[in-house]
Design a protein. Structure first.
Length: 319
């Protein structure tokens, strides 16, 4: 567990803080929902919430200024209400801090997702943390804008933060903490063939203009069995790379109204993107649980074989 990083002191701490702040700001800026919120300052997908949690779990509580000031700097150019900006920064910071605190204090979270208890605890506490963040954000929205649509604001804020946490945080945490994550061996020719097929589906689903909506939906639906096959065949490393490519392709499709995004309005595009990434993230977590169970069973069998051989050898010596 790296929740207390004592090696980050002095200049190293300042540099790390600046780098993480910039990363947070950049993720906010490239988030497609940021410019197309459903309510004032509220989006249906907020990946920065996942980055914030990953920062605290990997680098420790001392990086909370990166989240707070990153949220303020990223929001200032697009918001007229300074009060709302402060509430939003508090929401993002306290949300990530509460989840990280309960995971490390009570669950003893290992940052590997190899234990089913860790996975379930992460999901439950993410829901609680997103609830806390949504309450603070909704309060700031009411105070700053005198809005009476508190219920809609709360649900949009809650779902946006929760989706961001569940989609973004697990891959980042695993990539920075679990070295065994990269040890799965794969054949180059199989990867090339699969990559060509997957990229054709990306192109058909997100980047082609003028197709009938049924063809775009068919190509988009076909991506899910492909991702499932990729997880169990090639492992999480390659699948995570494909998820990033799909996200980039989706951003291009939304920006230029291509592929499946050309048939819906902007708000529906964001809902579709959030739903798509949520399903992919679910497959990702299910695969991690499967891999963990497979490794556990393998270790048990090896242990049984070892002690059986040891017992047989001991009995032969006695005879």
């Amino acid at each position: 567990m790296r929740i207390f990083r004592k090696d980050l002191t002095g200049v190293k701490y300042i540099i790390s803080l600046l780098i993480l702040t910039i990363m947070y700001i950049l993720l906010v800026k490239i988030n497609p929902s940021f410019g197309g919120h459903f309510n004032r300052g509220v989006t249906l997908l907020w990946p920065a919430s996942g980055l914030a949690l990953a920062i605290l779990l990997v680098f420790g509580y001392r990086m909370i200024p990166a989240i707070f000031f990153g949220a303020i700097i990223a929001s200032l150019p697009l918001r007229n209400e300074l009060l709302f900006v402060i509430f939003a920064a508090l929401s993002n910071s306290l949300e990530a801090l509460s989840i990280a605190y309960f995971l490390t204090k009570f669950v003893k979270f290992k940052n590997t997702f190899e234990d089913i208890k860790d996975v379930l605890s992460f999901v439950v506490l993410s829901i609680i943390g997103a609830f806390i963040g949504a309450i603070i954000g909704t309060l700031g929205n009411i105070v700053a804008y005198n809005t009476f649509a508190a219920g809609d604001v709360f649900m949009s804020w809650f779902l946006g933060d929760l989706l961001g946490i569940l989609i973004v945080a697990p891959p980042l945490i695993i990539l920075t903490n679990n070295r065994k994550f990269f040890e799965k061996k794969i054949k180059t020719e199989e990867v090339i063939v699969f990559s060509i097929l997957l990229f054709l589906m990306f192109f058909a689903a997100f980047l082609t203009p003028g197709f009938h909506v049924f063809l775009h939906l068919l190509a988009w639906t076909f991506l899910f069995p492909l991702f499932t096959f990729c997880l169990f065949k090639f492992g999480s490393k390659l699948t995570f790379a494909y998820i990033l490519i799909e996200y980039i392709a989706s951003l291009i499709g939304i920006t230029y109204k291509l592929g499946i995004f050309g048939h819906f309005d902007k708000d529906q595009d964001y809902i579709l993107l959030a739903f798509n990434l949520s399903l992919v993230a679910t497959f990702f977590i299910v695969n991690l649980i499967y891999e963990s169970r497979r490794k556990t069973l393998k270790a048990i069998k090896e242990s049984e074989k070892k002690y059986k051989n040891l017992f047989e050898e001991t009995m032969r010596k006695r005879l």
